[in-house]
Design a binder for this molecule. Structure first.
Ligand SMILES: C[S@@+](CC[C@H](N)C(=O)[O-])C[C@H]1O[C@@H](n2cnc3c(N)ncnc32)[C@H](O)[C@@H]1O
Length: 203
């Protein structure tokens, strides 16, 4: 599916997104989000694919934070939450595959559950590499294809249906994509599982 179609999926899901993911969030994701955000460093942070702003409570207070999303409706939810909770963040409607920021702008770029949906993930990761300062870090929390052949075959088989419904691919190999985009010191946190990875990489 192309960028417009994926964007439309998220525009449609936006009002229900927090309720749909509520159970998984409490059971698993919250702990992993905390772990990822505890590694953020530097003065200027970029959050890619902010969605409805689920990470707002984890933002470091001392840094300047910019957050982007390409879905106007998801970003509108985030803006409402920002205003309600008085979160200090600049929100920009942007596609990670075409960022308008200058080279070497950010100390950390972070994304949670985003690269399953970016239509051309390597294009997005190369843009992130461009806007990161030298020595800056990329932090990702992503679900990926299983290393188990039977599960992977199943995931590949049902992927077209899942993308059509939700706009997310369940068969991405995001670690491999990060490796292919010029990052170094790629580290998979031990808190990761077969299908949920916490990834840290350096420009
Ligand atoms: C599954 S949601 C995750 C939202 C949030 N990061 C979270 O952890 O709850 C994926 C988000 O990534 C955004 N997204 C997908 N592709 C994008 C792209 N190319 N550029 C910017 N945002 C994108 C979607 O609009 C959606 O808000």
């Amino acid at each position: 599916m192309n960028s417009d179609e994926i964007r439309q999926r998220y525009d449609r899901l936006a009002p229900w997104f927090d309720s749909i993911e509520g159970l998984l969030e409490g059971l698993m994701f919250r702990r992993l989000r905390k772990k990822l955000w505890s590694q953020v460093s530097g003065d200027h942070i970029l959050e890619v694919g902010v969605g409805t702003g689920k990470n707002f409570g984890l933002y470091p207070t001392q840094a300047r934070i910019t957050a982007i999303d390409f879905s106007p409706n998801m970003l509108a939810q985030a803006a409402r939450k920002r205003d309600r909770k008085h979160i200090n963040v600049d929100l920009d409607l942007l596609d990670v595959q075409r960022l308008c920021y200058a080279n070497n702008s950010f100390d950390t770029v972070i994304a949670t559950f985003v690269f399953c949906s970016v239509p051309k993930p390597r294009k997005g990761l190369k843009e992130i590499h461009r806007v990161l300062k030298p020595g800056g870090q990329l932090l990702l929390l992503e679900h990926v294809i299983s290393s188990n052949c039977i599960l992977a075959t199943l995931m590949n088989g049902i992927n077209p249906l899942v993308v059509r419904l939700l706009g997310a691919n369940i068969n991405r190999d995001t670690v491999k994509n990060v490796q292919a985009c010029g990052f170094r010191n790629i580290h998979i946190d031990p808190a990761s599982s077969d299908m949920i990875k916490l990834i840290r990489a350096v420009k």
